[in-house]
Design a protein. Structure first.
Lengths: 404, 404
């Protein structure tokens, strides 16, 4: 998981996103400005010594928004920020399986329009690549497409909220029943019923455009079309699909939204989109878009695919007999100076016993030091070779390069 | 702070330490196995839905010990583990200034003796180097040195605890009064009174050795002497001092202890030592030693010294006019592919306006794209030059290398 976190953060840095650290524990009244009742309920809360209610961080977009409107209020927009850390909830099961989960996320605050939307989607895709995922799917949708359909559907207000709820839980049977209960028939009803099918390549944008009759949905389709063009320029024309039926947090998202899925994972690995209304609640109105990566889920997928992180591989285990201890320590220091990962044993061992030790450590090379001038190099393959201490770094560097 | 965290973790990886992730929130009854009453009091606690008491992580050695005795119980010892993350306390002011602080730490579990002690001290020094600190002091002491003095001092039990408390808060006036109140006089009393002076280079080990009469203190001095020899082999003979008066958490530390200080910081940046009794409390008796780095304090020192992290430097700001947008996105993708950090603007700008934009971003190079084939390169110094898109990567790579 840590390897994934670092790979994703490194990719975000290449896009010029700067890491910010937000608190684990904050006053609830401050966070609450950005939360609805349901989100507030899911936070783990506790009471401070002075009686004020504190909450454990449940997601990090709101703390970042607070930061942008607070400590960073004099920093010019747009701001590109990223974050990482644990998030906690007293209601596991929605996006996370456990009470505690780990996320990395990025926010582009102060930029509106498809160029900014395409930037965060392209970066999300590159982050999944950087994490080592080979098979994934990124679906792009638009919050306004559905809003437009619903507003022009001429449905009574009571029915609209039922339709919203049914679509939110992707319950298409309930949806059909609701729409049949009204005598009205128009193109928007047809589209509402065909939601599940509005998923696929860029061709569905055209198909939907032929059916839609309201300005709001049309504008949403135009924006998605432009995002698609820009993603092509980013080199990612085929990496994303479109899902006009993606319905999520109506009150929060205001434009282009997206989700990333891995093989055999029901929950999204990546979740993002435009939220142009949040920053105003903290006193600095600004358009914004961003996404988060669920590290635990990405880790699970990688683990299932048999991926083992390069980070934990050891270049050398340095074993020693008493006469070689100090030379072994010097050798370890030297290897690290050359950027290699080396463990020097904490007790003396003969060469044969040291082989088992190095194997248990998963060290690529065993070096056994039995005196001031004596180093035996036992690589993973091939017979052991006696080297002078000065030769060791060069030999190992060549081996490491050859296997990279 | 993040740059420091990454630099320190990278150094720990070079020493073969593997990163583990421990929970932010754990059941108090489980953690309490490793805590004394005072430590338990300082934890931030809350009640879970089922009525059990949870605690926010206050330090991470105990969660790591739990891990070694629990999930990792079948992993052979010694284990080299490191961790990072926030820690929280409801009693700021001891080692941290705020309720929430950030630490990186390492634990070497399952190895006793000076080789292991010297390993963690040497790694701690290299971590401070890696963080970018230029001036710091690492003091090494031994919990058993003082224990031996006290046990052989023939002081009545009531007086002993007073002496412990006075030394713990470094209150030498109270200490002198306590010792004067008894009619006993021996070498150990003299040493107890001379504690503040027992600080300096390796020569103080010899000075103390000439005065000390008890086996326990003598053995402590021998161990420190051996640690000093081994630190020399690590290439760090002059990097550490000795402080025989370092008195800390008597019930916790059992052997060699150490602290690292920066210029003008009263609190230690690094705190570590041997704790051979903790693991047994979790059911897997094993010797252990380790240390933690207080990232916030290290960050403060670096900030005061005017250090700015290389991580946040941007290689290129890519600006564009409408005809150049897609070429600009392709250029951004290309630069990132070569490991450079590049921001592509989210709105169109002319060259002059783009200069201000790139400056605000602290980008080392401005690239302005005004068409499919037109890139103007405006480096920080010198006049702008028109380049073909293919030439850009090579030019910037050379610039980046030259300035490294």
């Amino acid at each position: 998981m840590r390897a994934t976190q670092e790979a994703v953060l490194a990719e975000m840095r290449r896009w010029g996103y700067r890491l910010v650290v937000t608190p684990t524990l904050e006053r609830l009244d401050v966070l609450a400005l950005g939360l609805d009742g349901e989100q507030r309920r899911r936070l783990i809360k506790l009471t401070d010594g002075d009686g004020s209610v504190l909450a454990l961080v449940g997601e990090r977009t709101i703390p970042v928004a607070r930061l942008v409107a607070g400590k960073l209020r004099s920093a010019p927009l747009p701001l590109r920020l990223c974050y990482t850390g644990p998030v906690l909830t007293n209601d596991p099961g929605r996006f996370v399986r456990r009470r505690e989960a780990h996320q990395v996320g990025a926010e582009l605050v102060g930029a509106s329009g498809p160029v900014a939307d395409a930037e965060v989607i392209a970066m999300a895709v590159r982050c999944l690549d950087a994490a080592g995922l080979r098979r994934y799917q990124v679906d792009v949708g638009h919050a306004e497409f559905f809003r437009g359909l619903l507003d022009s559907s001429e449905l009574p207000a009571a029915l609209k909220s039922g339709v919203e709820a049914a679509l939110g839980r992707r319950d298409f049977v309930a949806l059909a029943e609701l729409l049949e209960s009204t005598s009205l028939r128009n193109a928007e009803h047809e589209l509402l019923l065909r939601f599940p099918a509005l998923r696929g390549g860029a061709e569905i944008l055209e198909a939907a455009g032929a059916l839609v009759r309201n300005r709001r949905s049309e504008r949403a389709l135009q924006e998605l079309d432009r995002v698609h063009e820009l993603l092509r320029a980013h080199g990612l024309g085929d990496a994303v699909s479109f899902d006009l039926g993606a319905i999520r947090d109506f009150d929060y998202y205001t434009g282009v939204i997206f989700e990333g899925y891995g093989p055999d994972v029901g929950r999204p690995l990546v979740l993002g989109g435009r939220y142009d209304r949040l920053l105003a609640r903290f006193g600095r109105p600004a358009p914004a878009t961003g996404f988060m990566v669920h590290l635990d889920l990405v880790g699970e997928v990688l683990w299932r695919e048999g991926w083992s992180p390069a980070l934990t591989r050891l270049d050398a285990g340095v074993a020693w007999t008493p006469a070689g201890l100090e030379a072994a320590l010097r050798l370890g220091a030297r290897l690290r100076l050359f950027g290699m990962r080396a463990v020097v044993d904490t007790r003396s061992r003969g060469l044969e016993e040291a082989r088992g030790w190095a194997q248990a450590l998963k060290a690529r090379n065993l070096l056994h030091v039995d005196g001031e001038a004596g180093v035996v190099w036992a690589p993973a393959e091939g017979p052991p070779i006696r080297l002078a201490p000065d030769e060791v770094v060069e030999r190992l560097t060549h081996t490491a390069e050859a296997s990279r």
